[in-house]
Design a protein around this ligand. Structure first.
Ligand code: FAD
Ligand code: DHB
Length: 392
């Protein structure tokens, strides 16, 4: 059994899997350690919106074939408020677009690509711990099939999400954390129905936010703002439809199409950044280092941008004999991350019902929405952030 790998990656989410794929294309070997089962990883329902840059990376690295076939390219989104819908023409404004394609489908495509070249992914590992990240030869210990194993490596990539163990390996005296927890969450449903709209609808209503997204011609994804402690299983379908209809109602007679609800879940919302994202030979990427509220659809896209940068820095280290990009990884990645943090916070504040807002602040919220949909400059600000700023 092998005991050394150039790179050990903790976590088989979009960040960890894409990193191992990019490293493979650069001739750098890695192994991915994942605590959940393959089935769980391939079926967890999460993100849906891929930025132009994410689409480009998947296409350019040979894992975009099914996304091109089954994903839906969108050239605009709609903001709904005050009984009217307003289009933000993403492509007209920016020349770029987004694709709606579920995160777990991206994960399936990446696992298939790793499998096709005998890439190593160990599922169902437990008790992962990282060691000696300050030295030239760190190691990762874990349990798999009841056996404790230890792998040495040149680098550890902490791609283990918000609840992972890698972030904690950065000593607390050098780690800073910035956080905001929102007093609301999203109630998400999957519905067996045809699309109600050609484009995503982000709705701001007195009763709270709602989002109408899609998955396929037969399955739709919808969300509405709720109390973060809400238990999804206690909500009847009738009550869910009532909220969704009320919050998306429109003066032009348009109405949401109903269907069988076959999945319900509640997600809490936070903004979070840990800095620096590296210490010695340990590098964090994706949700392990930062979280955004889902309103801007940025979480998975940020994870992709992080590992794209990290893979290039490792390529420089192994093939161009320079550590400059590795040394500058955290600082460079954080520029994009703080921009996305602001965008996600701004979208969240603009579109949600803020119970702590005074009547004055509520008027400010409406004035901002009116400006965003009526000014080209303001629409462009939303659009260029939503489709994703250039990677480099
Ligand atoms: P994760 O996907 O969390 O993967 C981390 C992996 O590490 C997991 O598989 C976990 O099991 C594993 N792991 C954890 N601890 C350990 C350990 N100790 N040992 C081994 N393995 C471990 N983002 C977007 O870009 N667009 C969207 O439209 C969007 N919508 C969203 C909607 C919802 C409802 C939610 C919840 C999120 C949404 N996001 C969206 C965010 C996106 O899903 C995340 O940002 C993304 O999953 C981050 O990827 P990651 O690989 O960094 O982390
Ligand atoms: C979806 C999720 C988001 O967070 C978002 O902003 C748009 C769409 C989705 O799951 O389809």
């Amino acid at each position: 059994m092998r005991t050394h790998y150039p790179v050990v990656i903790v976590g088989a989410g979009p960040a960890g899997l894409l990193l191992s794929h990019l490293l493979h294309l650069q001739g750098i070997e890695s192994i991915v350690l994942e605590s959940r089962s393959r089935e769980a990883v391939e079926s967890t329902i999460r993100a849906g919106v891929l930025e132009q840059g994410t689409m480009d990376i998947l296409n350019e690295t040979g894992v975009g074939e099914r996304m091109r076939r089954e994903g839906a390219v969108h050239h605009g989104i709609e903001l709904a408020f005050g009984g009217a819908r307003h289009r933000i023409a993403l492509t007209e404004l920016t020349g770029r677009a987004i694709t709606v394609y579920a995160q777990h489908e991206v994960i399936k495509d990446l696992i298939a690509a790793r499998e096709a070249v005998q890439g190593e992914i160990l599922f169902d590992v437990s008790d992962v711990s990282v060691h000696d990240v300050d030295s030239a030869q760190p190691s990762v210990q874990f349990v798999v099939d009841g056996q404790t194993r230890r792998l040495t490596c040149d680098f550890i990539a902490g791609c283990d999400g918000f609840h992972g163990v890698c972030r904690e390996a950065i000593p607390s005296d050098v780690r800073e954390e910035y956080q905001r927890v929102y007093p609301f969450g999203w109630f998400g449903v999957l519905v067996e129905a045809p699309p109600s709209s050609d484009e995503l609808i982000y709705a701001a209503h007195e009763r709270g936010f709602a989002l109408i997204s899609t998955r396929s011609p037969m399955v739709q994804r919808m969300y509405f703002q709720c109390d973060p402690s809400e238990r999804a299983e206690t909500w009847s379908d009738e009550r869910i439809w009532h909220e969704l209809h009320t919050r998306t109602e429109s003066d032009d007679g348009w109405r949401l199409k109903e269907g069988r609800i076959f999945q319900k879940n509640v997600v809490a919302m936070r903004s979070f950044v840990a800095t620096p994202m590296q210490h010695g030979r340990l590098f964090l990427a994706g949700d392990a280092a930062h979280i955004v509220p889902p309103t801007g659809a940025k979480g998975m896209n940020l994870a992709v941008a992080d590992v794209w940068r990290l893979a290039r820095a490792l390529d420089d280290f192994y093939h161009r004999d320079t550590e400059d990009a590795l040394k500058g990884y955290s600082a460079a990645a954080l520029k994009r991350i703080w921009r996305a943090e602001h965008f996600s916070y701004w979208m969240t504040r603009m579109l949600h019902r803020l119970d702590d807002a005074s009547p004055f602040e509520q008027k400010m919220q409406r004035a901002e929405l009116e400006y965003v949909v009526s000014s080209r400059a303001a629409s462009l600000t939303l659009a260029e952030n939503y489709v994703g700023l250039p990677l480099a």
